[in-house]
Design a binder for this molecule. Structure first.
Ligand SMILES: Nc1ncnc2c1ncn2[C@@H]1O[C@H](COP(=O)(O)OP(=O)(O)OP(=O)(O)O)[C@@H](O)[C@H]1O
Ligand SMILES: O=C(O)[C@H](O)COP(=O)(O)O
Length: 407
């Protein structure tokens, strides 16, 4: 049983709120897309409106990346979104951070510095060990409560996600609550249940496919994107050198064997593309799998019409559809068709759930957003879609001062 903001007496309480605002960053090192910030506005505005003293914790990027930047521009944008001043302090758990937190009045909000500027926050710990890190020990004394709204990071066992809820009364924020409501009860959605696995994260998708087929969660798994290409090769189709080289360069060659094992075990429930689209003379050109391999340098960039017809027939009976990853290289207008049509067809199914942060923002750009639920999480959603627990969610379940089960 996880406590929510409904269980928290907010007025005058100093709350550490973990959000996930890990976002695209522009060439000047500033926030380039505020979608993830907007997702947390409900939680943050509720806390400040109810008189909380709010200290925001978040990571941005990974060490060494161009997007590994300060949260100053996030604080500026948050100030606009909340319609009130939001301070920023370039410290996370040191005396400067504690001083900023102690200085908060009721209804005030401060953004602390990128948690991953500190090495411990980029390591995974068990919750008890995470509770003894500098970040947790530095903040514990100035916080009365902890709220986790960072569903998209909930698959990470890092101090701000699993350490703080070990030592503080802890609550799920509104994003976390709604994600858990939907993704935590996949088994209860109506059947037939269809999973669409596309995109380029082949190992993750194959993990999901194994899990949902083994557990009987999926009546059908439809493959597309690079995932579909790997399954085609595993099925003995010659996709040509360009697609094969791409898969090899991504380090996914071993995945072909795993895909072949899956086809052996559950082939009757896995659907493979029947045609692919390549670029020929600068135009989209579709080829049935019997006409493969394509010409030299031609790579399978999308699924074609015949695959879409086949997949639509499977979807005709579906009650629930769960999608992750685009069907093709949607960034190129010529190869948007598969994603546009497959995701478009999914919106007609009674329960349609999209997992994956980047896919979600791409779909919004394509103007397709009429799903039952679009998750804020990529890796976290994938893990939940297999009905597995997430460390940060488990830490919330085990946190001190939880409401009784019959509350
Ligand atoms: N056939 C293909 N060949 C090469 N790239 C492809 C193909 N199909 C899709 N892609 C690429 O896959 C990428 C997206 O895949 P990915 O698995 O990262 O999905 P995602 O929604 O961004 O995931 P997340 O939200 O979890 O980060 C896109 O950049 C797209 O161009
Ligand atoms: O963007 C995400 O998926 C989350 O913020 C987690 O980021 P990470 O994969 O760098 O831990």
């Amino acid at each position: 049983m996880i406590a929510t903001l409904d269980d928290l007496d907010v007025e005058g309480t100093t709350v550490g709120v973990r959000v996930d605002v890990n976002s695209p960053i522009d060439d000047d090192g500033r926030l380039a897309d505020d979608a993830r910030l907007r997702a947390h506005v409900d939680t943050l505005s509720e806390l400040v409106d109810r008189g909380g003293r709010v200290a925001v914790l978040a990571h941005q990027g990974r060490p060494g990346g161009d997007d590994f930047v300060s949260l100053e521009s996030h604080a500026d944008r948050l100030s606009e979104l909340l319609g009130q001043p939001v301070d920023y302090v370039d410290a996370t758990f040191t005396e400067a951070a504690r001083e900023a937190i102690r200085g908060l009045g009721n209804g005030d909000c401060v953004v602390l510095e990128n948690t991953r500027f500190y090495s411990e926050e980029y390591m995974e710990f068990d919750p008890e060990r995470a509770a003894r890190t500098h970040l947790v020990e530095g903040l514990e004394s100035v916080l009365d409560a902890y709220v986790n709204d960072a569903f998209a990071a909930a698959h990470r066992s890092q101090p701000s996600l699993v350490g703080l809820p070990t030592v503080l009364p802890s609550y799920a924020g509104r994003v976390m609550e709604s994600e858990l409501d939907v993704l935590g009860s996949i088994e209860e959605t109506d059947e037939p249940r269809v999973y669409v696995l596309g995109g380029a994260k082949v190992p993750d998708s194959i993990d999901v496919a194994w899990s949902v087929l083994e557990k009987g969660l999926a009546d059908h798994v439809l493959t597309a994107g690079v995932v579909g290409n790997v399954f085609l090769i595993a099925d003995g189709v010659d996709l040509g050198d360009a697609s094969s080289d791409f898969i090899y360069e991504q380090g996914y060659w071993d995945e072909i064997d795993r895909a072949a094992d899956l086809l052996d075990a559950y082939g009757d429930r896995i659907a493979l593309p029947r045609d692919v689209a390549v670029a020929r003379n600068g135009e989209r050109h579709e080829l049935g799998v019997n006409a493969l391999p394509p010409g030299d340098e031609e790579s399978a960039m999308d699924i074609g019409e015949s695959t879409l017809d086949y997949y639509r027939r499977i979807l005709d009976d579906a009650e629930t559809i769960i999608l992750n990853g685009p069907a093709g290289v949607f960034e190129d207008d010529r190869f948007q068709t598969g994603t546009r049509q497959l995701y478009g067809a999914a919106t007609a199914i009674p329960t349609s759930i999209v997992g994956g942060g980047d896919t979600a923002s791409a779909l919004r750009r394509l103007g397709i957003d009429d799903f039952s639920h679009i998750s804020t999480g990529g890796g976290a959603a994938l893990r939940m879609l297999t009905a597995e627990s997430l460390p940060a969610v488990t830490a919330l379940e085990n946190a001190p001062h939880q409401p009784a089960a019959d509350d």
